[in-house]
Design a protein around this ligand. Structure first.
Ligand SMILES: Cc1cc2nc3c(=O)[nH]c(=O)nc-3n(C[C@H](O)[C@H](O)[C@H](O)COP(=O)(O)O)c2cc1C
Length: 171
């Protein structure tokens, strides 16, 4: 029986999972969701096909691009519909959300799995200023160190003129 895996991946975890499923299920095709969104055409699931949606958990829910995919997806003819979410280990289940979206697209979700993968979430810097190009008003700790005679090596000053920020408040 034919299986189609529609997937979205930011950094490759969900793609790795989709490929692992495809290795184990005969006659499986992987289709990236962003490509279909860019095309914008309606996507009709082939009659009686297994349809899998593979995606990462974002803020305890579905990435927006996956939500938008359900606007063009018609699952009415699908045989079996399942989802696989990859996540970084925090609380939160997207199953209710994706079940509702599948129903809206014409078919109940038959199964939902999740798989813990490396967490790729980078929390935003709480002190980052509005304009990231803004020059620091005061010298950073690194600049002070470079220009301090106490820090000089063999009596010479450091040659680097572009110290790196050491923490969020240096942005
Ligand atoms: C913007 C963003 C939000 C995330 N939110 C969550 C979350 O709420 N819970 C969680 O367990 N992991 C969260 N993660 C981690 C990813 O779901 C996880 O690392 C996933 O496997 C990444 O898959 P990908 O490489 O296919 O994009 C988040 C990652 C990003 C980038």
């Amino acid at each position: 029986m034919q299986t189609i895996l529609y997937y979205f991946t930011g950094t490759g975890n969900s793609l790795a999972v989709a490929r692992a499923i495809a290795d184990r299920l005969p006659d499986t095709t992987l289709i990236p969701i962003p490509m279909l969104i860019l095309k914008g055409d309606k996507v009709r699931a082939p009659e009686n096909a297994n349809i899998g949606i593979v995606y990462p958990l974002y803020a305890m829910g579905l990435p927006n691009i996956v939500v938008r995919f359900f606007d063009i997806l018609d699952l009415s003819d699908a045989g079996y519909v399942f989802s696989v979410v990859t996540e970084g280990g925090t609380f939160g289940s997207p199953t209710g959300q994706i079940a509702a979206l599948a129903k809206q697209s014409g078919r109940n979700l038959d199964a939902a799995w999740w798989i813990q993968m490396p967490d790729n979430y980078i929390p935003p810097c709480p002190h980052r200023p509005q304009n990231p190009n803004r020059k620091p008003s005061a010298k950073t700790h690194s600049e002070k160190s470079l220009s301090s005679p106490k820090q000089s090596v063999n009596g010479s000053r450091g040659t680097s003129t572009s110290p790196q920020p050491e923490n969020c408040s240096d942005w």
